[in-house]
Design a protein around this ligand. Sequence first.
Ligand SMILES: O=C(O)c1ccccc1NCC(=O)[C@H](O)[C@H](O)COP(=O)(O)O
Length: 341
Amino acid sequence: MQALHQKAGNVGLRGGGTTQKRLPSTCMWLRHNFWMRPLVCKSREDDEPREEEGPKERAFNRLSATIKRKQKELEAQLHEMGQEALEERLKSAVQVPAAPAYRLASLIAEAVPTGVAVLVLELARPENTSTTSQELAQMAREFVAAGADALAVRCDSNDTTSGLTDLFCVTQAVGKDVPVIANDWMIHPLQVVEVKQTGAAGVLGIIHQVNGRGTAVMSSFTAAIGLDCPVEVVNAQEVEALARTGVAFYGINLNVGLNLPIPGFSTDIAHGILGELPFGAISMVGVRTLEEARKARLSGADSLFIKKELIDAALAKHGPNRMYAIKQLCDQLSYLTSNDD
Ligand SMILES: O=C(O)c1ccccc1NCC(=O)[C@H](O)[C@H](O)COP(=O)(O)O
C-alpha cells in the first residue's frame, strides 16, 4: 500500500501541489525569450542519404528530418502568435491546471497492486482513407468497449489533417474516466497547452534523445499544468539524470534501436532500464507484438503502449468486426501480462 501511495504521490507532486511555486520560474524563462524556440537537440545539417549509411543511420536521418519538419511548423506558429500572446497562453495554462490531474498516472498507480498492466491502445486514422474525427471517435468508443484502459491518439500532421480536433472528439467520445493522450513529437510547451485545451489527459512524445537538455523543461511544464507525460528514455544514465529533475513517469520504445544507432537495443535493454527506475516511478513500454508485451510485463512494465502494428495485426487476424478483433487482442494481452502464468 505504501508503495502505491508513493507511486501516485511522486507523480502528483510535480504538478498540482507545486504549481504556484513553479510560476515564477516559468515567467523568468518567458522574460528571456526562451519559449520562442523549440526545445530540441542539434541534428545533422543535411538529411540527404549518404552511401556509407546503414539502415540505423538512415532511420536516424528520418527521425532527424521529422524533427526538423516539426521545428519549422512550430517556428511558423510561434512567429505568427508573437511573444505576448504566447506568454499569455502559457501563463493561463499554468494558472488553471487540468482537473483531475494525472489521470493516466493515477490509473496506473491504482492498477499496480492489482497485478494487471494498464493497456494504452494507439489510435490512428487508417492510412489512405478519408477518416473523419467523428469516425475516429467511433473507433475510440469501440476500443474502450473492447478493453482499452486508455488511448494514445496520433496527432502528427503526417498522420492526420486535424490532430487537435481528433484529440478533442476522441476525448469527448470516451469521457473523463478513460485517459486519452496525444501521441506527437513534443518540442515546445505551446503544443502541450493545446493538448490540455482539448481536454486530453497528457502527452506521449517527450523524448530525451530528441529534447536533450530541454527534456526537464518540457516535462516539468507538462506536469505543472496537470498533464501526464511519460518521458522516453534509452538508458540508465538518462533515467538517473532525469530522476534528479523530478521525472517520475518513464517510457521505453522498443523500436528505438531501429531509429537510433543504439547497438542491441531490445527487450533485454528495456529490462535493464526498468530495473533502474527510481523507487515509486511508473513506466510504460511500447510493444508491437504479443511476445514483446509478455516480456515487457515480466520485466516490470506498469503499462503497455499497444502500437498500431499490433492493432493492425489483430484486425487482420480477427476482422472484419473491429470491436470483436480488438477484444480478442485485449483478452490475449490481459492473459499474457497478468503475471500469474
Ligand atoms: O513509441 C513508443 O513505443 C513509446 C513508448 C513509451 C513512451 C513513448 C513512446 N513513443 C514516443 C514517440 O513519440 C515515438 O518515439 C514516436 O511515436 C515514434 O515511434 P516509432 O513508431 O516506434 O518509431
